[in-house]
Design a protein around this ligand. Structure first.
Ligand SMILES: C[S@@+](CC[C@H](N)C(=O)[O-])C[C@H]1O[C@@H](n2cnc3c(N)ncnc32)[C@H](O)[C@@H]1O
Length: 495
């Protein structure tokens, strides 16, 4: 793992900058074909491109991205101030014959117009073998999902639980005043400290399990891509630190949901990813809802995927670098099936959890929604707007909802489905173009209201007119309109 030597890290930073070893530089050098293949963990096109060039960026790709042996003279050319010797001293490479071979993956990363380098353990694609139990992950799909869903408004104190290589903490640096980054793994903490130094940012890095290192402390924003993978504890499956938090079933996520509230300032927000088990005869909302019973926080949880036990076993048996058809893979697959069967688990959900400590002493709101369709790449603003809308709705009465002139947002369209020859539509829906892509079935009353929701008319005025035209009770019409507004406004179809 990397060593913290500030002078050598400064040289590395200078050399990586001079070599244009940033996302744009590497992508332009590799071209779309090799870059795309690398994203699919196929190194061959990148190896061909990098092998045919003597540019510093090509040497760095061969060394750090592909894990290929590189001559000392070439490394000295690509890292002219650090040199191969300095890279050895930093623990980034080992000498091997006439050359050196990387022991660490160092890659550029960019988001929201910021550029970083991230060191992590070499992935299976570079080593060709299953990863070690204390493997420190680089940037994975879950890392970018959490980063994309995190609300990026300016806040004071932030916490990243299970920081690993520190990718979430790097993102937090763009909009928070101070950052505490925790992890159980000493190896992960060494990478986090190294990356903070390499990227010239300061974090308070602490060792310990989940929220233990921040006992008695409160934050404005807590993020965690926790070790949420449900892992059999019978011995057949390696307990990889990056995905297994040391608890049975989905307890690691359940405990985090139950206990994070006491670490949030009023109005503070916690955002996590998680898996949950759904035992036969119950629903995911029963399961996750039970975690919230005495959590004392607002909750908006979006289920994004559902797998059955076999699909889950296949995903995670493969994840550690084991291949279908091998004895190891089959033993793990069977262990997962047995583990789920022992708790009568029928399916496993995955989703994004957003919790908020209410300001004042109102009842927390709970919204558990299933939204598995495609969403925009950057969800932070969608979550911020949705959380603000849910908070406003929780803090205001139906009368207040009725007296506010709502406007249908420009991405909302109405669809009418009519049986051939029928005079009236049998189904009318409102479809949201952005955000979570909500589709809400409309009634005659709510379709009529939506058609006049232009920011001029209040729902009370509209309901009265609609009740008159339909010869319906005004009270009843108002109730229907309020229920619709509460549902549509929370996801931004009405503002
Ligand atoms: C899925 S990785 C996330 C890494 C990084 N934050 C990201 O978003 O890519 C989970 C991290 O949690 C750490 N971890 C595992 N068990 C833990 C525990 N009980 N308490 C705190 N961190 C733990 C692992 O070492 C790993 O770094």
């Amino acid at each position: 793992m990397p060593r913290l030597n500030e002078d050598l890290i400064a040289r590395l930073r200078a050399d990586l900058t001079a070599a244009d070893f940033n996302v744009t530089g590497v992508t332009e050098f590799l071209g779309p074909l090799a870059s795309g293949a690398l994203l699919r963990e196929q190194p061959l096109p990148a190896r061909r491109a990098a092998g045919a060039s003597t540019e510093p960026v090509a040497i760095l790709v061969r060394l750090f991205t592909l894990g290929d042996p590189v001559d000392v003279a070439e490394v000295d050319r690509a890292l002219p101030t650090l040199r191969a010797q300095g890279a050895v001293a930093l623990g980034l490479v080992d000498e091997e014959g006439d050359g050196v071979v990387a022991r660490v993956d160092v890659r550029p990363y960019a988001a929201d117009e910021r550029h970083w380098w991230i060191a992590s353990d070499l992935a299976e694609v570079a080593t060709g073998s299953p990863v070690r139990n204390d493997h420190v992950l680089g940037i994975g799909g879950a890392s970018t999902t959490l980063a994309a869903w995190t609300i990026r408004r300016p806040v004071g104190a932030a916490l990243d639980v299970g920081t690993g290589c520190g990718v979430q903490a790097l993102h937090l640096g763009a909009h928070t005043d101070s950052i505490v980054a925790t992890d159980l793994s000493e190896r992960a903490l060494a990478f986090a400290r190294f990356n903070a130094n390499l990227n010239e940012v300061e974090w308070d890095v602490r060792a310990g399990s989940m929220l233990d290192p921040v006992a008695g402390q409160r934050f404005d924003l807590i993020v965690s891509n926790p070790p949420f993978v449900i892992t059999p504890r019978s011995g057949e499956v390696p307990l990889f630190e990056y995905r297994d938090g040391g608890a049975s079933g989905d307890a690691i996520v359940a405990n985090l949901v139950r206990s994070v509230g006491e670490h949030l300032e009023p109005g503070g927000v916690a955002q996590f990813l998680g898996n949950w088990e759904v035992p036969r005869g119950s629903t995911w909302t029963d399961r996750v809802g039970s975690w919230l019973d005495s959590a004392g926080v607002d909750a908006w949880i979006v289920q994004r995927e559902v797998q059955d036990p076999a699909e889950y076993a296949e995903t995670w048996s493969r994840d550690g670098g084991h291949h279908p058809g091998t004895a190891d893979f089959d033993a793990m697959y069977a262990a997962w099936l047995d583990d789920f069967a022992a708790r009568d688990v029928e399916s496993i959900g995955f989703g994004v959890i957003t919790l908020q400590r209410p300001v004042g002493d109102r009842e927390p709101f709970v919204d558990l929604m299933d939204a598995r369709g495609p969403v925009p790449p950057a969800m932070g603003d969608v979550v911020r707007v949705g959380l603000e809308a849910r908070t406003w709705l929780a803090e205001h009465s139906d009368d207040e909802v009725l007296d506010r002139a709502w406007t249908a947002t420009p991405d909302v369209t109405e669809e009418r489905h009519t049986r051939p020859g029928a005079p009236d539509p049998s189904v009318i829906v409102a479809r949201q173009g952005g955000g979570l892509g909500r589709i809400i079935t409309l009634t005659t009353v709510t379709a009529a209201y939506l058609s006049v929701a232009d920011g001029e008319l209040t729902p009370r005025q509209a309901a009265s007119a609609i009740a008159g035209i339909l010869e319906a009770e005004t009270d009843e019409t108002e109730r229907e309109v309020v229920a619709f507004i509460r549902d549509a406004a929370k996801d931004g179809l009405l503002v």
